[in-house]
Design a protein. Structure first.
Length: 113
C-alpha cells in the first residue's frame, strides 16, 4: 500500500531523513509541517474531505473532486489551490492527484511548557 505520513517535524528532523535517504535508507513518503497549528491550518475539515475523496483515486478533475466531496466547484477550487500550494496534492495531466492509497498522521502532543 502506498501510504503517506503527515507529520510535524523540525528542519533538523527533515534534514536527518534526507541524509538517511541519500545513504540508501528507505524513508517512505512524508509531508511535514513545521507545527501542529500549521498542519491544522492547512488541513481544515473541508480539505480533509477533499483528501478522503482523492485518496487512491488517481487523476481527477476539480469538478469530479467537488462531486465526490459533495461541494460546490468554486469552493473546492479554492481548497484545491491551497492544497497544491502546500504541496499536499499535485497537478496532473487531467487535473489533480493525491498519489497515495492511505494517509497516516503522526505527531505528539506534549504538555505545555
Amino acid at each position: 500500500m502506498n501510504t503517506v505520513t503527515l507529520s510535524v517535524a523540525s528542519r533538523t528532523q527533515i534534514n536527518d531523513r534526507v541524509r538517511a535517504a541519500f545513504a540508501g535508507e528507505e524513508q517512505g513518503a512524508f509531508i511535514s509541517f513545521a507545527s501542529v497549528d500549521l498542519l491544522w491550518q492547512t488541513l481544515t475539515k473541508k480539505r480533509w474531505d477533499i483528501l478522503r475523496a482523492m485518496t487512491g483515486q488517481g487523476d481527477l478533475s476539480i469538478r469530479e473532486v467537488a462531486r465526490r466531496a459533495g461541494r460546490d466547484v468554486k469552493a473546492v477550487h479554492g481548497d484545491v489551490t491551497a492544497l497544491l500550494n502546500a504541496g499536499v496534492i499535485q497537478r496532473s495531466p487531467h487535473g489533480v492527484v493525491f498519489p497515495y492509497d492511505a494517509v497516516h498522521v503522526d505527531f505528539t502532543l506534549a504538555k505545555a511548557a
